[in-house]
Design a binder for this molecule. Structure first.
Ligand code: UP5
Ligand code: MG
Length: 199
């Protein structure tokens, strides 16, 4: 049994990271760890000492300190490996790493523990992302699905996350996908990439 293989999934808010990951879970049985979902769960966990800090970051569209996110990711990954008795060894990490702090924290904490294969970069014009999120805001209940928070999320994405994508591009690890296409088209494309690079 080798190290768990990791595919990071990056792209702007509303680019379709969660949707593409769901497709890959159904089609290829990969494990999906959404950093945002893990933070939202931790925020509401009774007794969490990080609840307020996480909520503040989410509403302001800023990035939670890496120690918190990285620990949640590692715990979730370990639980899946234990529960599957080591059978599950392919992970989609959705929405992380988003900035230099995230990248350094992951490298430090996970050094040698994972095989970080590729970055699936879902590239989508921000106008398209905006209309998707504003549509979703009617039902999502997410405290950051409103135009003010969304603008802040876009700013953080442009200022911090794009540089991380470029870092991985320099390493030859980026697989870029036009995620403004239909869900089915994006699903088929990411599926081919995963078949090629994660198996
Ligand atoms: N949709 C999706 N694909 C479509 C397509 N091809 N055609 C038409 N519609 C499509 O999709 C968004 C909406 O678009 C949905 O309604 C979907 O049906 C439709 P989704 O798949 O949810 O997009 P996604 O990229 O996952 O959007 P999300 O809003 O989750 O992205 P964010 O990156 O903004 O949110 P995330 O949950 O990752 O992070 C939230 C916050 O948590 C961050 O702002 C930050 O404060 C914090 N955070 C950290 O601090 N650190 C982390 O490591 C991660 C998060
Ligand atoms: Mg998401």
């Amino acid at each position: 049994m080798g190290k768990p293989k990791v595919c990071f999934v990056l792209g702007g808010p509303g680019a379709g990271k969660g949707t593409a990951c769901e497709f890959l879970v159904k089609k290829h049985g990969l494990a999906h760890l959404s950093a945002g979902d893990l933070l939202r769960e931790e925020r509401k966990r009774a007794g969490s000492q990080f609840g307020e800090l996480i909520e503040e970051c989410i509403v302001q569209g800023t990035i939670v300190p890496v120690e918190i996110t990285c620990q949640l990711l590692e715990n979730a990954m370990n639980k899946i490996m234990v529960d599957s008795k080591g059978e599950q060894d392919k992970f989609l990490i959705d929405g992380f790493p988003r900035n230099v702090d995230n990248l350094q924290g992951w490298t430090k904490q996970m050094d040698g523990k994972t095989d970080d294969r590729i970055v699936l970069y879902l590239n989508c014009p921000l106008e398209v992302c905006e209309s998707r999120i504003m549509e979703r805001s009617k039902t999502s209940g997410r405290s950051d699905d409103n135009i003010e928070a969304l603008r802040k999320r876009f700013k953080t994405y442009e200022e911090s996350t794009k540089g991380i994508i470029e870092h991985y591009r320099d390493l030859g690890k980026v697989r870029e996908v036009d995620s403004s296409l239909t869900k089915e088209e994006v699903g088929e494309t990411v599926s081919r990439i995963v078949e090629q690079d994660l198996t």
